[in-house]
Design a protein around this ligand. Structure first.
Ligand code: KG4
Ligand code: ZN
Length: 845
């Protein structure tokens, strides 16, 4: 929206002389010695700039806040932020003679910028703030860029063009006068570069605009074509740590910070509530919207999930155009006889087509039973409609819908939400109040004569109580900042008894998990937050969604884990990071964007708590999970690793010394289960559904190929089997024959199991192993477990299979590896980074 504000006419690019940046050691010491004020560590890795600074803010007599820069370590570091961030912070603090425990607050740039870059800074900052138990503040990367221009002395109208990749930009206009950089836009958004340039070119004050921002590197010509050709020098195009600090001090100095500002939304600085500013949904979700906007034939299976087989009836999904007649019909039914004019199907179709809108439906057995939606305008989500079939009320559907709609809105840049509710609708008012909406105004006769509406407003995220059915990762708010506990003699004794405690963190795929292990190797806490619901509708794990969910869940999972550990150890309250001996984390293999979140958080935590970091191989974790079942398990032995990403036979020569005997040439076993389930419309993940179906089926009904059964090596191939199953389904469908799902599932499983058991047995024989183990999600399959047991029992070889809860991803298994590595002194430096292709370690080259 073009602004109508006009500013004083200063056509020339003005640079005032500024000498206010003091980084000398003496000055730093003087300022650090001051007993008042707050010491703030600021960092931003949203762009190619690793922005990092240390400042002290002091209240001035006039009520404003003054910021003194103590140190800064900004430097360009393309794609190396996770390697360089904590070493940089460490060096900067050492140079400034500041102890990490003296940091009073952490301030992080939350973008907009590169998604992964933003998450590295945010996750690391969450780790630091969690360990130090200090507030975590969030700042806009665009603000930090504008303030950098201000610090350089520029005054006038400034357009910040943030690089959003794929020919898009994050635009922001600021007026810079002697008092500071003032925003002339309401919320961060993402726009196509030409569209953003057109909007600015149409401003009445366009002639005064001077541009900056890293988006200019790609798009300067697009702006220049429209007459916007004046730019700041390139060395000012990125945010700076001092810019971030200045923006924060300016926000603090405002009498009433905007409702959408970090200070207003998260006054305590709870690190769980600090989220990246994405301004758009993941690609998978965007593509889904496009797909859902195209009318599909009535018979199309739009859910992708067979309710009865999936064992789930009520499901949520985004509203498709095919749902709009049903939504209109439901609305007519619900609003019959009220003053409300029901929307038509066309109105729903138009609303859901808006790019800034989000509409979700609840369906049951193919019927829409509830829906809700709204649109984001200037950083505020306006809820436009919430409708539920009368018979389905009080089942929590409306809150679940609003959780999804408001979550999408947050991803689109919304910080607040408003809605209207009829004054006489007590039930709805109570519901909205529970979600965090406050009644802030009245609209007289809004629903017809004598029927007032109340205007309600909430800050996001809404406080949705997901309940036990839905272990959704979401920020959990606890009182913050927390006071470090002082321990009683009994507690100190309990801690001494427990020995060296290690916190282990796992985030390689779609589970955010943490565990604490004691000195004797007992797991004292084990928490897993799964994201499966968020990936299910896409038929597999969507990497960008996984990375987002880890970033959201990580602080909540940390706090929960430390609380449970404290409880088990007999402490009053949670275990503290200072009471740990080390922080361990999965380094790889896995999804790089997901791993990065865990690694950045772990490093932030380890650095702030001044504890060693232990990096763990995820596959080694799956092998160690067997120790939970058989603590006296001793190498050498042979193990099968069977998960959604891996299929391999491993000779465990010793703990820490592995020889991969063979792997799959194409799909992993779990992937084959998932793809077959998807082809049958059974939803994700496929393994559990298929094994449930297989129970009642005949494994000899269909003869599927046993690929590489006689290949005389330990390699596997599963894509042929998957193709055979899909071809079978298509052939039966074409012939009009009904598919016997249990028989199909049992026959597929039998083909998988025969190859797995035979090759594992050959390996055990060839290497003369006395023991056999397995690991990975597929090891949860009951038929496979039984087949392994039967076969190896007959061979007189002891079989160990991890407990069901430890087959799929968890952090207890990571903690078991960390226990051994720490005892051997195998720690990692703060430069450690995620490695998506990490291989099992081997002593022999
Ligand atoms: O180890 P995991 O949790 O994650 C990865 O590291 O991949 O394994 C997940 C995989 C999924 O492909 C899922 O379909 C499969 O394990 N899975 C199963 C069963 N339960 C989970 N496969 C066969 N039978 C099961 N009961
Ligand atoms: Zn795994």
């Amino acid at each position: 929206m073009p602004s109508t504000t006009t500013y004083k006419d200063n056509a020339a690019i003005e640079f005032a002389a500024t000498g206010n940046v003091v980084t000398s050691r003496a000055a730093a010491k003087r300022a650090a010695a001051g007993s008042t004020g707050r010491l703030i560590l600021a960092l931003d890795t949203s762009t190619d700039m690793l922005a990092c600074a240390l400042g002290r803010i002091l209240p001035a007599p006039d009520g404003s806040w003054e910021m003194t820069l103590l140190a800064c370590a900004d430097h360009l570091c393309r794609r190396q932020a996770n390697v360089e961030l904590l070493p940089t912070v460490d060096r900067m603090l050492a140079d400034a003679h500041v102890a990490r425990a003296d940091v009073d607050e952490v301030l992080v740039g939350t973008g907009p910028g590169s998604f992964t870059g933003v998450r590295i800074g945010v996750a690391a900052a969450k780790g630091v703030a969690s360990a130090l138990r200090v507030p975590l503040r969030a700042g806009s990367t665009l603000d930090a860029t504008a303030w950098r221009a201000w610090l350089s002395g520029f005054r006038g109208l400034l357009g910040v063009v943030g690089d959003a990749m794929r020919r898009e930009v994050y635009p922001g206009v600021y007026l810079l006068d002697d008092t500071g950089a003032h925003r002339d836009f309401s919320a961060e958004t993402v726009l196509k570069a030409p569209q953003a340039a057109d909007l600015w070119a149409a401003r009445p004050d366009a002639a005064q605009l001077v541009l900056t921002g890293d988006g200019l590197a790609k798009h300067a010509a697009i702006y220049a074509e429209r007459g916007l050709d004046r730019t700041l020098p390139q060395e000012l195009w990125h945010p700076s740590g001092e810019g971030l600090l200045r923006a924060h001090a300016a926000l603090l100095s405002q009498n009433a910070p905007a409702a959408t500002s970090d200070l207003a939304r998260n006054p305590q600085g709870d690190p769980a509530l600090v989220l990246p500013l994405y301004t758009r949904l993941s690609d998978a979700e965007e593509n889904e919207r496009t797909r859902l906007g195209i009318a599909e034939p009535k018979t199309a299976r739009t859910t992708g999930v067979d309710d009865a087989l999936g064992d789930i009836h009520v499901q949520l999904r985004p509203m498709s155009v095919n749902d709009t007649p049903a939504a209109a019909a439901l609305e007519r039914e619900v609003f019959a006889g009220t003053g409300h004019n029901p929307w038509t199907a066309q109105m729903f179709a138009d609303e859901r087509d808006r790019p800034d809108s989000s509409w979700w439906v609840v369906h049951d057995q193919g019927k829409v039973v509830a829906f809700a939606g709204g649109a984001v305008v200037d950083g505020n989500l306006e809820i436009l409609d919430v409708v539920c079939e009368p018979a389905r009320r009080r089942a929590g559907l409306a809150s679940r819908l609003l959780a999804r709609v408001s979550y999408d809105a947050q991803m689109l840049g919304a910080h607040t939400s408003t809605l209207e509710v009829a004054r006489d609708n007590e039930a709805a008012r109570a519901l909205y109040a529970r979600l965090g909406y406050e009644e802030v105004g009245v609209r007289r006769n809004y629903y017809g004569q004598g029927h007032d509406a109340l205007t309600c407003k909430a800050t996001l995220p809404l406080s949705v109580d997901a309940g036990p059915r839905e272990p959704e990762p979401r920020p959990v708010s606890r009182p913050w900042p927390q006071v470090r506990p002082s321990r009683s003699p009994q507690e100190l004794e309990a801690l001494a008894q427990a020995g060296e405690l290690i916190l282990a963190i796992e985030s390689s795929c779609d589970e955010t998990a943490m565990a604490v292990i004691d000195g004797a190797g007992h797991i004292v806490a084990d928490v897993v937050s799964t994201q499966i619901d968020f990936h299910a509708r896409f038929g597999g794990v969507v990497p960008e969604i996984a990375s987002r969910k880890h970033t959201e869940a990580i602080v909540g999972v940390y706090q929960e884990t430390m609380e449970r550990a404290g409880h088990v150890l007999g402490l009053a309250g949670a275990l503290d990071s200072s009471e740990l001996a080390a922080v361990a984390v999965t380094q790889g293999p896995g999804l790089v964007g997901a791993l990065v979140v865990g690694v950045a958080f772990a490093k932030g935590l380890a650095w702030a708590a001044d504890k060693p970091l232990v990096c763990v191989n995820h596959l080694e974790g799956h092998l160690y999970a067997n120790l939970l079942e058989t603590p006296d398990l001793q190498p050498p032995f042979v193990a099968s690793l069977l998960s959604g990403g891996h299929t391999m036979l491993v000779l465990v020569r010793d703990w820490g010394d592995y020889q991969v005997l063979g792997e799959t040439l194409d799909d992993a076993v779990g992937e084959a289960f998932d793809k077959v389930a998807k082809a049958l419309g059974l939803g994700y993940p496929g393994g559990p559904v298929i094994s449930r179906l297989a129970k009642t089926g005949n494994p000899r009904a269909i003869d599927f190929p046993r690929a590489m059964l006689h290949s005389h090596d330990y390699r596997f191939s599963l894509s042929g089997l998957k193709t055979a199953v899909v071809t079978y389904i298509e052939r039966e469908n074409a012939a009009g024959r009904a598919i016997n799902l249990p028989d199909l599932a049992a026959s597929f499983e039998a083909a998988v199991i025969e190859v797995q058991v035979k090759k594992a047995a050959t390996a055990v024989e060839e290497y003369g192993a006395q023991e056999f183990c397995a690991g990975g999600g597929v090891t949860a399959n009951p038929e496979l477990r039984q087949a392994f047991k039967d076969h190896f029992d007959r061979m007189g070889v002891r079989v160990t299979l991890p407990p069901l809860s430890a087959c799929t991803d968890n952090a207890a298994m990571i903690a078991l590896v960390a226990r051994v590595k720490l005892d051997q002194g195998l720690t990692s430096p703060l430069t450690a980074d995620a490695d998506p292709n990490l291989e099992l370690p081997s002593v022999l080259a």
